[in-house]
Design a protein around this ligand. Structure first.
Ligand SMILES: [Zn+2]
Length: 136
């Protein structure tokens, strides 16, 4: 674990091809915990019901019991977009979700992670629009 020193945030929210995205503002070393995907815990069956009703796209399932509802605007993690060839991954540490760099990320690069097949199937009705998929 290499958390960023102090309160320095190595990212900002900016315009991406699909709306908003999270962009590196400083070099981020491989294995750095970049940002928490934060929000209240709700029971996973409740999260599933809300997702099926189309009422939330920011549910992050921790287990069959608990899901993080990441819809709050103070959850910076929600701005990270999906990519099929991402530069970060989600990790669960003591019940909290973090995005962690899986390689070195340079300033200006968009920070992305793989949302998983279920999410892509449920929410990307017209297919994935990440950089790798758009280049196909
Ligand atoms: Zn893709």
């Amino acid at each position: 674990m290499n958390p960023m020193p102090g309160d320095t945030k190595p990212y900002r929210v900016g315009r991406s091809h699909t709306g908003l995205g999270l962009f590196a503002t400083a070099p981020i070393r491989k294995h750095t915990l970049i940002v928490e995907y934060s929000g209240p815990r709700i029971p996973t069956p409740v999260a599933h019901a809300r997702e099926r009703a189309g009422r939330s796209k920011y549910m992050f399932e921790i287990s069959a019991r608990w899901t993080i509802d990441g819809a709050g605007r103070d959850n910076m993690g929600r701005y990270a977009n999906h990519a099929c060839r991402p530069n970060a991954e989600s990790v669960l540490i003591r019940g909290k979700i973090f995005l962690k760099a899986i390689r070195r990320i340079l300033p200006g690069e968009e920070i992305t992670y793989d949302y998983g097949r279920e999410y892509v199937a449920l929410f990307f009705k017209s297919g994935c629009r990440c950089a790798a998929c758009r280049d196909k």
